[in-house]
Design a protein around this ligand. Structure first.
Ligand code: TYD
Length: 140
């Protein structure tokens, strides 16, 4: 599985939208299918249309990536011929990925902000930084 799309329930009324995220590996009704140990958000400089983030893979990490505002493109590859380019532009959709998926985030709109939920604390050693090292790892 390269990725999974998770549709969150959006509660909309005249006051706006509310999107709850139920979290937990053990919880039956969970939107996020792992216990979240870390979250971070990304905002993108409006003066650099060519900014690319990500460009790495992880050995052991589950993540859900949500576009909170604006839009961007998420490119995913498993290094075995499965690739997908996904436009994210809704805050009621999350993209679930786990270990050994190469990801690149690009083509950000000026108002883009992104929320990422992660299953592990930050660990610089969990990163695979080059695509050639990634290919070596997936073909082991
Ligand atoms: P980086 O991995 O380059 O971001 P992206 O994957 O979006 O391209 O991270 C930028 C900096 O932030 C880098 O110095 C590492 C640091 N960082 C943390 O301290 N904690 C985190 O959870 C993350 C994702 C990054």
């Amino acid at each position: 599985m390269l990725y999974k799309t998770i549709d969150f329930k959006k509660h909309s009324d005249v006051r706006g939208d509310l999107v709850p995220l139920e979290i937990g590996a053990e919880y039956n009704g969970a939107d996020i299918p792992f216990d979240v140990k870390r979250c971070y958000f990304i905002s993108v400089p409006t003066n650099d249309n060519n900014a690319i983030r990500g460009r790495h893979a992880h050995y052991d990490l589950e993540q859900v990536i949500i576009c909170m505002n604006g839009s961007f493109i998420l490119d995913l590859s498993d290094g075995k011929g499965n690739q997908k380019s996904i436009k994210l532009d809704r805050n009621d959709v999350g993209i679930y990925i786990k270990d050994l998926v190469w990801r690149e985030l690009k083509s950000f709109s000026e108002d883009c902000s992104i929320l990422v939920l992660a299953s592990q604390h930050y660990n610089a050693k969990d990163y695979i930084h080059t695509y050639s090292d990634f290919l070596k790892e997936v073909n082991k």
